[in-house]
Design a protein around this ligand. Structure first.
Ligand code: ADP
Ligand code: MG
Length: 375
């Protein structure tokens, strides 16, 4: 039904969409997900030519809408759009919001437009509100009116741009419920959303957009449970990272690291137990590898540290699975990790095993030694 070939969009020198290719079949529900700023809204706005593409072609039922002689206004009527901030006519009541366009643009009689409008208001659960003005409605009600208004134009396709992201959390489900119901009627829809559970339930396919392209696409079960690409995985699992690199002793500032870990935990609502575990893990691994400044080996360690490009401490937290993972990497020459003089008694490793409940794994990757430390 929709075919997009090599679509690109630039705003001045900035290329927001690079090379978007897609096909959408009649009756499909496509969820578009991805980090903000990657061009999801721009993609929707290009689809209905609210933003003219700078390159590529778009076909709707084999008609090229990007052709110079395309009938753009007819196309717009076939393709409804629901925005994040409702865009209702504030000076018109609910019924008038639903009837104005069908009367003016489709040439429907007022009576016909009104009976259709009432039917649609009934469908979105707002039959009692036809005389209300937008200012008298809640956000969820406004968005349901906006969806009914869109349907009043008998669209073949509806594009939703984050329809619930301006709503109070308590109102999200009433709007998703209406969209879900529409999906059940076989309406072709493209929905940009951050509601992952909803996207999983309702979509036939999911487009993950990143870096100006559809980076990965597939059925929800694959995109959500077995994404193939790293960026998709990071986004799906809502992974937050903290990376710490030490190249020389001058940057070996354990207090600064501790502060960053505390801030990281506060930002992602991790509790004191997890925070303390992370701080201890960082302290112990660094201490084992670098020792303290006044150890006899410091001089050689200093040199090795500089020559081997330093050591890395990487903390990742998945908001979805709530798992925290710490990964420590050092050059093998610095691998004083398990059997160094500092740790001859194995105390450091005992502490680490205690914190990770024995799940710590040491392995070699090329010239580096890696400690995997799941919490
Ligand atoms: P998303 O919906 O994925 O968050 P958008 O499509 O809104 O992303 O925006 C993608 C990028 O394009 C952003 O960097 C945004 O600043 C830029 N952009 C969007 N619209 C315009 C515009 N009209 N003029 C200039 N830049 C724009
Ligand atoms: Mg957007």
């Amino acid at each position: 039904m929709i075919r997009v070939e090599h679509l690109s969009k630039k705003f001045g020198p900035i290329e927001v969409l690079r090379d978007v290719n897609a096909h959408i079949n009649r009756g499909e529900v496509i969820s578009v997900i991805g980090p903000s700023g990657t061009g999801k809204s721009t993609f929707l706005r290009c689809l209905n030519l609210l933003d003219p593409p700078t390159g590529g072609r778009i076909f709707i039922e084999e008609q090229e809408i990007t052709a110079p002689n395309a009938n753009v206004s007819r196309l717009r009527q076939k393709m409804g759009m629901v925005f994040q901030d409702f865009n209702l006519f504030l000076h018109l009541n609910v019924l008038e919001n639903l009837t104005i366009a069908p009367v003016k643009l489709l040439g429907k009689t007022k009576a016909l437009a009104e009976s259709k409008a009432r039917e649609l208001l009934h469908m979105v659960g707002l039959a009692a509100k036809e005389k209300a003005y937008p200012a008298e409605l809640s956000g969820g009600q406004k968005q349901r009116v906006a969806i009914a208004r869109c349907l009043a134009m008998d669209p073949d396709i509806i594009l939703f741009d984050e329809p619930t992201s301006a709503l109070d959390p308590t109102m999200v489900s009433e709007v998703l419920g209406v969209i879900r119901r529409l999906a059940g009627t076989g309406m072709t829809m493209v929905i940009v959303t951050h509601e992952m559970q909803f996207a999983r339930d309702v979509s036939s396919r999911v487009f993950y957009m990143d870096q100006g392209v559809i980076y990965e696409e597939g059925p929800p079960s694959r995109i959500f449970d077995h994404p193939e690409k790293e960026a998709t995985r990071t986004f799906i699992n809502r992974i937050r990272n903290l990376e710490w690199h030490i190249e020389d002793y001058e940057h070996y500032d354990i207090y600064a690291l501790t502060t960053e870990i505390i801030q990281f935990c506060e930002k992602h609502f991790l509790g004191p137990a997890q925070r303390d575990a992370l701080i201890h893990l960082a302290e112990e691994t660094l201490l084992m590898c670098l020792g303290t400044d006044n150890t006899p080996q410091t001089l050689t360690r200093r040199e090795i540290l500089r020559e081997t490009g330093g050591i890395n401490l990487f903390i990742s937290y998945s908001e979805k699975t709530q798992q925290i993972h710490t990964r420590f990497t050092a050059h093998a020459r610095l691998n004083t990790i398990l059997n160094n003089a500092q740790d001859a008694d194995g105390l450091g490793m005992m502490i680490i095993n205690g914190i990770t409940k024995g799940k710590a794994v040491e392995k070699t990757e090329g010239e580096h030694v890696v400690l995997d430390l799941p919490l």
